[in-house]
Design a protein around this ligand. Sequence first.
Ligand SMILES: Nc1nc2c(ncn2[C@@H]2O[C@H](COP(=O)(O)OP(=O)(O)OP(=O)(O)O)[C@@H](O)[C@H]2O)c(=O)[nH]1
Ligand SMILES: [Mg+2]
Length: 333
Amino acid sequence: MGWLWNKSHDAPDQDKAVNDTAQPKADQAKAGWWQRLKQGLKRTSDLLRTDIRDLLARREGELVDNLLDELYTILLRTDMGPQAARQVCDRLAEQYRGRLVTLDQLLASVKATFLDMLRRESTQIRMATAGPTVILVVGVNGSGKTTSIAKLAYRLQNQGYRVLLGAGDTFRAAAVEQLTIWAQRLGVPIVTGPPGSDPASVAHRAVAQALQTGADVCIVDTAGRLQTQVNLMEQLKKIRRVIQKQIPEAPHEVLLVLDATAGQNGISQAQGFSEAAGCTGIILAKLDGTAKGGVILPIQQRFQIPVKLVGVGEKLEDLIEFDPVQFVEGLFA
Ligand SMILES: Nc1nc2c(ncn2[C@@H]2O[C@H](COP(=O)(O)OP(=O)(O)OP(=O)(O)O)[C@@H](O)[C@H]2O)c(=O)[nH]1
Ligand SMILES: [Mg+2]
C-alpha cells in the first residue's frame, strides 16, 4: 500500500481572486481551492462572524464572563454540539476571566480551540501499490454518494489516474442513468447492470474490467440504505467479499458519504452504519448548503475514521480534501 495522493495546496495566505494569467498554475489552483472552501463554508462563516461581531458590539464594555452564555448559543447554531461549544467557552473564560476581550482576541481563541479539537490524520486516499485501487462508496439515501463519486473521479483523473466507475446502485434505474451521464461527461468507462440485478455482480464485473484494462482506480457506487435495513447491510458485505476475492487487499477504501445538512441526528445514525460497513473514511457532502459547518467537530469526535474530503457544491471541482487548519480559517473567512 502507498499514500500516493499528494496534497496539492499550501496555506491560503491570500484571499484575492486570481486573474493574472501569467501566475503559475499551482498558485491559481491553490487560490481556486481556497475560494471554493470559503464559498462552501460561507453560510457558517456568515453566521459565526456576524453573530459574534454583533454580540461584542451590543455588549461593548462588558467582561468576557458576561458574554459566554450568548456565545455558547451562537456556537450551537453551527451544529458543533454542546461539548465543543463548552470547550470554546471554557478556554475563553480561562484566558480572559474578569477582562474585556476584542473581536480579534475572541476569534483567535475560538479558532485555537477548534484546532485543538480537530484530529490531524491523513486525508489521503489509500492507493494500491500495484494494480487497481478499489473504492466503495456507501451511505444513507440522498447523502451525495453518486455526485461525490463523479467529483472524486474528476479529482483522480486530474492527478493522472485512469478511473473506471461501477454502477452498483441497481435499485433505481435512474441511479444507473445518473452515473452514466457523469461517466460520459468525464470520459471514463462505466460498468452497469440491469435494474434490480445483484449489485455484487456489478462490482465484480467492474473490478474485473479494471484488472483487464489496467485502470488505476475503480469506484463503485451503491444504493442508499439505513443501518437498520439488515438485508441491505448484508448486501454491502457481499459486495465487499466479492471485491476482496478478486483483489485480497481491496476495497482499499470504503468511503461513507454524510450529508452536512442532515445535522447531528444524521450523524448519530451514520455512526452505526460506519461501523457495520467497515468504513475507512468520510466524505462530508453539501457543506455549502448549510450554516452548520460546525458539525465537523462532533463528526471527528464520534467517528473513529477521518474525514477525507468535503463537498462544497454540485460542480465537479467542488470536492476538496479536508485540512483542519484551512477548514478553521474557512469557518471565519
Ligand atoms: N449543494 C450541494 N449539493 C450536493 C453536494 N453533493 C451532492 N449534492 C446534491 O445532493 C443531491 C443528492 O445527491 P446524490 O449524489 O444523487 O446522492 P446519493 O447519495 O447518490 O443519493 P441516492 O443514490 O438516492 O441514495 C443531488 O441533487 C446532488 O446534486 C454538495 O456538496 N453540495
Ligand atoms: Mg446515488
